[in-house]
Write a protein that binds this ligand. Structure first.
Ligand code: MBD
Ligand code: FE
Length: 284
């Protein structure tokens, strides 16, 4: 990541608080499970048992326990629960959900989706600054059903980081809606998105999630990626991400969210790159 840009470096507290607000606003979208007492008993008990087992087997000390308690408080105070949970836990929830999903492979949504973005055409350019940094990327493809029939009027809800690895709405000094938009496929189910190649993403190093990563000697990086939700009437939506072949951190994603089927192989064009990916949706 470059740190040479003139704008202030986003702080973990800013993006954590914004991610917490975005999550609260999204509960309508995700719904919340009407969990039975039996289910709650089972899940809570098994989670606590797993923690107790680590304490026994690793002979966790009082100072270690108090350190964890202080850290858990800091995660809440910094608004980093969405970030922490989406980086370190969501991938397993997604893999369970994927067991029943056919068609295009999904992966985690992460903490930086914002609904209600600008509606764009089938062949369109993502909203970006006049001087947006980064190499041009034209990302195109087709949305089909599982029988190969094109899905006209399908929505591709698209968001990505900029060439410095920052997301609009979560880092300061980025225009609202920057590098976010909803494309709609043409009569043949096709789309073409003009954008810039994003940079790898670094978990904020100045917050509690970053402190945990440092304490454990891990690295805070995700490979460069594009986020998408693909929706079509009568079909099950898919939430996924696309990566770039040969990209840094592709084999070591801190969020464990890469999958072999989700790696683009862009070709050089005159003034940038072109990548193609088709989506297949199953009936709802
Ligand atoms: C991201 O950009 C992201 O996609 C995920 C899953 C977690 C943190 C930052
Ligand atoms: Fe991301």
């Amino acid at each position: 990541m470059t740190t040479t840009h003139a704008t202030p470096t986003p702080t973990a507290a800013d993006s954590g608080a914004n991610a917490s607000d975005a999550f609260r606003a999204s509960t309508a979208r995700h719904g919340s499970a009407g969990t039975s007492t039996e289910r709650a008993d089972r899940l809570i008990r098994r989670t606590l048992e797993a923690i107790h087992q680590v304490i026994r087997e690793e002979e966790v000390t009082y100072p270690e326990f108090q350190t964890v308690k202080a850290w858990l408080m800091a995660v809440g105070e910094g608004g980093e629960w969405p970030l922490f949970l989406d980086v370190f836990v969501e991938h397993e929830v997604e893999k369970v959900a994927a067991r029943t999903q056919h068609g295009t492979t999904g992966t985690i949504e992460g903490p930086y989706y914002l609904p209600g973005q600008k509606q764009l055409g089938a062949v369109d350019t993502l909203p970006m600054r006049a001087d947006e940094k980064g190499e041009q990327l034209v990302f195109s493809g087709q949305v089909r059903d599982l029988d190969g029939r094109p899905l006209a009027g399908a929505e591709i809800d698209f968001w990505q980081a900029d060439a410095d690895g920052y997301y609009s709405g979560f880092a300061p000094n980025l225009p609202e809606g920057n590098l976010r938009g909803v494309f709609r496929t043409d009569d043949d189910g096709r789309f073409s998105i003009t954008t810039i190649k994003p940079a790898p993403y670094q978990i904020p190093t100045d917050g509690p999630t970053g402190a945990m990563i440092t304490a454990a000697g891990w690295h805070p990086w995700r490979p460069a990626h594009l986020h998408l939700m693909v929706r079509a009437d009568g079909h099950r939506s898919v939430t996924t991400q696309l990566y770039f072949t040969g990209g840094e951190w592709l084999d070591a994603d801190v969020a464990s969210a890469t999958k072999d089927e989700l790696v683009l192989d862009p070709e050089r064009t005159g003034d940038g790159w072109a990548a193609v990916y088709d989506f297949e949706l199953e009936r709802a």
